[in-house]
Design a protein around this ligand. Structure first.
Ligand SMILES: [Zn+2]
Ligand SMILES: [Zn+2]
Length: 342
């Protein structure tokens, strides 16, 4: 199944060059012995473990499930200094205002989102709902970006399972683009763009990984990364906060399913960047915005990074060496039970 074509990414308004005809021999898997060294459940100098002291000197709660705290080294904060005056009209600056937080998924240092019980994943989604509401309602906060970076290859130094929240005085570019294109599509066609995508993916069927009553997971037709996956509610909800209790539970099932597949792929904790794409909180009309989680995995094979180079960094469009249909088929063929439990 060789694909050599350009595919249109309707949520980014750009072409993705799929050049899977020249990819290396597919990974066969025998030599994937690189197991993670077992971690202890508690680490005395981990700044995220319960009861420990953080860099600010504050003590973590003796928490038993999730734990949310303001980031001690925030990239945006209410205490950011006034911006320096600029020398030219084309140079603009302003204070880096906002709120940066950390959400620990579990008191256990040695677990991951993929290994959390379904109920705990659902609980985490409820925490995301509270955070989106709490932060999004504040004056000056235009967007709440919730994301997890997982794995050393995406720069994570502390493996304690956690995600981050950047509540900012601007809307991140990808969200701004998705919101603009979704609004335009609704205006032009009367339909929600993401619903058109879901309909097309379900009609094709080859890239669907999971489906229950209210949630769905799939490798998008226009995937830019190998093993890129979207997880979404079937009904259009502008943010995670708009999910009903049933939708939260179904969404947790879809997330867990995908995460287990990822880890089972190479029988190691699968690294990724996982943003929640949610409507801005700047008071705009986001009826057409369809909340979803995106997984951007940096690895094509266990030891092979997808380098962002000339086309991506230099030109701004992605060149993908893998076929989305093939990658979806690989994930679909894997067991549903996490490898550590078999
Ligand atoms: Zn820890
Ligand atoms: Zn998105």
């Amino acid at each position: 199944m060789s694909v050599w074509e350009e595919r249109w990414h309707p949520l980014r308004e750009e072409w993705v060059v799929v050049a899977a005809h020249r990819q290396n021999r597919p990974w066969i898997g025998e030599t994937v012995a690189r197991r993670r060294e077992p971690l202890p459940g508690y680490v005395a100098d981990c700044t995220f473990c319960p009861g420990n002291r953080r860099v600010s000197g504050k003590l973590n709660d003796a928490y038993t499930r999730t734990f949310v705290f303001d980031n001690d080294l925030p990239c945006v904060g209410e205490g950011a200094p006034e911006a320096a005056p600029t020398a030219a009209d084309c140079f603009r600056s302003r204070p880096a205002r906002g709120i940066a937080r950390v959400v620990c998924y579990s008191p256990r240092h040695d677990t991951t989102l993929a290994e959390l019980p379904r109920d705990d994943v659902a609980h985490l989604i409820e925490v995301w709902q509270q955070q989106y509401r709490d932060l999004g309602e504040r004056p000056g906060i235009e967007h709440v970006l919730i994301f997890e970076n997982k794995g050393e290859v995406v720069g994570v130094s502390n493996p304690h399972p956690h995600c981050q929240i950047y509540a900012t005085n601007f809307v991140f570019k990808t969200i701004e683009t998705e919101a603009r294109l979704s609004a335009r599509h609704l205006h032009e066609t009367g339909r929600v763009l993401f619903q058109d995508l879901l309909e097309a993916e379900r009609a094709d069927g080859r890239r669907i990984l999971f489906e229950n009553a209210t949630a769905i997971a799939f490798v998008p037709y226009f995937a830019r990364y190998a093993y890129e996956v979207y997880v979404a509610p079937k009904a259009t909800r502008p943010s995670v906060a708009a999910l009903s209790a049933t939708e939260v539970s179904d969404f947790a099932a879809a997330l867990s399913h995908v995460l287990v597949k990822f880890d089972n792929l190479w029988r190691l904790p699968f690294p990724y960047v996982m943003p929640l794409h949610q409507a801005p909180t700047d008071g705009g009309d986001y009826r057409a915005f369809h909340f979803h989680v995106e997984f951007h995995p940096p690895l094509r094979q266990p030891d092979l990074l997808k380098y962002l180079a000339g086309p991506e960094v230099g030109g701004g469009n992605f060149l993908s060496d893998t076929s989305p249909e093939e990658k979806a088929a690989e994930l679909r063929a894997l067991p549903d039970v996490h490898y550590t439990r078999t």
